[in-house]
Design a protein. Sequence first.
Length: 237
Amino acid sequence: MHLRELSRALVELVLPADCAGCGDPVAPWCPRCLPRVRGRSRPDLPDGPDVLAVGRYTGPLRTALLRYKERGRRDLAAPLAALLAPPLDEILDELRNELRGELRPTPVRPPPAVTWLLPAPSRAAAARARGGDHVLRLCRVLAAGRPDLRVARPLRLAARARDSVGLDAVQRAENLAGSLRIRPRELPSPGAAAVLVDDVITTGATLRSCRAALTAAGVHADFALVLCDATSRSGPW
Ligand SMILES: [Zn+2]
């Protein structure tokens, strides 16, 4: 193994020694930050999946995500994935109830034993610059040791996808929809239970486009799990 790869692998295994939210020497969250990163936010996304977020894009949650995503703190994947686990379990409950409802009154069939986590895609160049796809890593940590979860990456962004900085909501949606591609070999089988995962929801354009692309390919992702809700409450929808 190349030395750089080896050191990367070791970083993935090391748990943080400081608070993910403020850097105080108490891991994974200090007593001041912990109550502020435990919560729920349900941004309303018409024509999109039902979204459940850990919290608003503010305070220690926002700081922890930025440290993880932009400042090379890959060791924060574990505490951030731990925050995603309870809302994911709520989604899995809703998914099971929904499937049971759909199956009634036909003969009882058990709901699927496996749910697929599908990370929203990052631009390849951005992922390279960050030392890997940060949402994919969160999904893998979430699914580690859980036989009911699997991770697949059927969505990717075409190389020509423009950076969304400076685009308004409509331009952003068009840019995304035109650049999303499906990797057929990575698709869960049709009818499989699937949950989209992303780090931040802003306009909702990403999750809406991802869901539409998956639906066109026969996979229904009716729920999305997100770390931070950055939607404006008085937004376009
Ligand atoms: Zn703290």
